[in-house]
Ligand binder design. Sequence first.
Ligand SMILES: [Mg+2]
Length: 361
Amino acid sequence: MREILHCDLNSFFASVECLKKPELKKVPMAVAGDPKLRHGIILAKNEIAKKYGIYTPETVYSALKKCPNLVLVKGNYSDYKKYSKLVNNIYLKYTDRVEPFGIDESFLDVTSSLKLFNSTAYNLANKIREEVKNAIGLTISVGVSFNKSLAKLGSDLKKPDAVTNIPYNNFKKIIYPLPVNMLLYVGKSTNNVLQKLGIKTIGDLATYNRNKIIKKLGKLGRLIHNYANGIDYDDVKRYDEISVPKSVSKGLTFANDVSDENVVIKYIKKLSDVVSTNLRKDNLKCSTVGISIKYSNFLVINRQKKIVKTNLFQDIAKSVIALFNLNYNGGKVRAITISATDLESKFDEVQLSLFDFDSPW
Ligand SMILES: [Mg+2]
């Protein structure tokens, strides 16, 4: 049996701003994408603002209606990254299996740490919670369970500054009565489908006909039916395993050398599609693209170009085609390779897909 913690920083962005300027603790305050824009989005709020019923994500306009003297602060992402790293460094004192899940959450597998610290998982969770609070001044909610999805669920049950245990011998009693949308990956649209099937609680889902759920929701159906039944074998990755690759590239050698540039461009589009799909799959964005053109006489030209950070097909294809047009010498092309470099992981980035609750991001 594994012992997994899910540690979630409470109102992370707002807490960091309050740490930087303690006077913000005494007023209703929220961090917004762009406070000047009325349609900007509230990204986090402090405890006082919470009492006004301000939620995330809500528009600045609607939040100000509820609380006209709400103090709005523009998010400072590099500070959040810095604090996120400080907190993860504390987690790493307890186990090397620390897997960030967004900027303010991490999974920790402490199974083999318990002997070392002569502690239960629950007590260790409290120790970590205290250390983060004392050393950095931020509070966390921790879920303790035997797998990742239930640890994640646990961290939502009591907050701020609390630990919730969901042990194997009691998990059904704890999770079955909870609304089904508290399960990981049950977002708005999935929840709608489940509600139509009469599935309101996690217990409803756990005992619902498995094949019917899979028929309705495919892979995701299988996943959440497993979660509801306490089945989740997903490993907590080691912190150093989650490194960002140097580049993502894709190339091809033509069966016959090509001298029609429109044909080359057609394949640039195909390769750009593969590269951008792979970037998105790994939650990466690139800020440089490149093309390598190999001519039939084996002359190789490599060219690169800085672009605005992206992982979209259109952006990448457009830039690579421009590079090709600028550098193509009219000769017969034997092979081309498209590359995306200067990669950045979304782990480092603020989750702007706040509306897309079905996405793990
Ligand atoms: Mg959080």
